[in-house]
Structure formats: C-alpha cells, structure tokens
Design a protein around this ligand. Structure first.
Ligand SMILES: Nc1ncnc2c1ncn2[C@@H]1O[C@H](COP(=O)(O)OS(=O)(=O)O)[C@@H](OP(=O)(O)O)[C@H]1O
Length: 147
C-alpha cells in the first residue's frame, strides 16, 4: 500500500500530486486506478482497500553500522559522526528496492529521529538508515533515487 501523505503546505500541493502520480505509474502502470484508490479511501477504515502491493521481505537482523553497508553517493553524516545511507536498508535482499509503506513527516527537532529509531526496533519493520529528506531536498533526484 502506498504511504499516507499529509502535507499542510499549499505550496507543496503540486509536488505531492506529481509524486503520487509518478508513484502510481511506477507501482501499477495504472495511475488512474491508484489515484482513485488513494483519493476515495474512507478515513475510518483501512481494511476495505485491495492492494496488489508486493510485501517486501522483512529484515529481521538488526542493522550493524560497524559494517560497510553505506552507499557512498547517498550517505549522510549523522550528528554522532556515523555515515549511513538513507536508503540502503530498503534492499529486500534480492537486489530490488521498494517505495516506502509509511513516511515520517515532522519539523526539525520534532522527534522524528527518535520515532524512526523506535520503529526500527520492531522486527517486522525495515526502516531507512537515515532520514532521506526526499520531499524537501532530494525530490529532483526522482523515484529511482527514492527506492
Ligand atoms: N519523547 C521525547 N520527548 C522529548 N524530547 C524528545 C523526545 N524524543 C526526542 N526528543 C528530542 O527531540 C530532539 C530531536 O528531534 P529530531 O530527531 O526531530 O531532530 S532532527 O531535526 O531530526 O535532528 C532532541 O532534542 P535535543 O537533544 O534538544 O536536540 C531529542 O532529545
């Protein structure tokens, strides 16, 4: 299922719509079908939406940052000096990469890093290595970068 995206900024509306359209094309080849699912989904229920989304293989092993898992082109330096790729943990082990099923959106110093780290602890969640900042910094790199 594609991510839920809420952007409280009308300046980003065009980008959001553009992204969702590209997302739909990329995932199903039927942008009209995907957009209608996204826009008409009842807010009170999450169980009545059919999706042909292919569940990614779950990454169960905790990430070992001491190993060289970093994609140098995408690496980001964390406050503590670690260099991590925002996207390398998206690999499902077979070489393919998926778009996210959930996106954390928050203001700077709003606790997004803490939320990411809490979620990462769950064995059924594969989280990005670092905040990818796709929408505010890397949008022009496109979906191939984002996967
Ligand atoms: N649960 C909870 N309660 C109170 N404060 C919390 C909580 N979780 C994170 N934090 C504090 O939030 C700051 C980090 O926010 P972010 O991770 O969003 O920062 S960042 O912008 O992504 O760097 C960081 O504050 P500073 O230490 O002042 O930088 C964290 O200590």
């Amino acid at each position: 299922m594609p991510p839920s995206l809420v952007v409280d900024n009308s300046n980003n509306r065009a980008k959001e719509t553009d992204f969702l359209g590209k997302y739909a094309e990329a995932e199903s080849g039927r942008p009209d079908l995907m957009m209608s699912k996204l826009l008409s989904r009842p807010q009170s229920s999450w169980t009545d939406v059919e999706s042909d989304y292919d569940e990614p293989t779950v990454r169960r092993a905790p990430r070992d940052f001491s190993k060289d898992e970093v994609d140098a082109d995408r690496a980001e330096e964390w406050d503590d000096g670690r260099r991590v790729s925002p996207l390398s943990s998206f690999s499902n082990g077979s070489g393919s990469k998926k778009l996210p099923q959930a996106i954390i959106i928050g203001v700077k110093k709003g606790g997004t890093r803490a939320l990411l780290e809490f979620l990462r602890v769950h064995p059924d969640i594969r989280a990005v290595g670092a905040e990818p900042h796709f929408f505010d910094r890397n949008y022009d790199n496109g979906l191939d970068w984002y996967r």
